[in-house]
Each structure stands twice: as C-alpha cells, then as structure tokens.
Design a protein. Structure first.
Length: 81
C-alpha cells in the first residue's frame, strides 16, 4: 500500500509507552504528546506489504515505577484494492 498508516494509544495518567511489532520493540516511527495529563502515542507505519498480513502491533503502557502495565494489540488484516 502506498499510503501511510497510523495506530494510536491514549493513556491517562501519563505513562511510559512502548510499541511492539510481533514481539519486537519498535524504537522509531513513534510520536508522543501530552496535554492535561492525557498522553497520546502514535506509531507510523509508512508502507504495508504482504509480509505485514497478520502482524501484531502492541501498545504497552506502564506507570513510572513499573508496577502496573497495560497492553492493547491489533492484528493487521490487509485487502488489496
């Protein structure tokens, strides 16, 4: 696919957020912002390819002392136009 694709995670209160793809941490292509105690982290996927079919993207948020961790995942399903 030629267009950019995004996944976002909204968190309250502001945590430490990491993104994972198929169990591997993604250290790039993320943007983070915070406003009034609400954090948003966005992962940009520039292009999707056939190999991305059924890939798992996971947003992992933890509080600052690491005692509470929440994850949310999405599995990519691709359709050719």
């Amino acid at each position: 696919m030629e267009r950019e694709n995004w996944a976002s995670c909204l968190c309250v209160p502001e945590p430490t957020v990491t993104w994972w793809r198929n169990g591997t941490e993604q250290l790039h292509d993320t943007t983070d912002s915070s406003s009034h105690g609400v954090a948003r982290s966005t992962l940009q996927v520039a292009q999707l390819h056939r190999r991305d079919l059924n890939a798992s993207l996971t947003c992992r948020a933890s509080n600052h002392n690491g005692t509470y961790i929440v994850t949310s995942s999405v599995t990519l399903d691709l359709y050719r136009e």
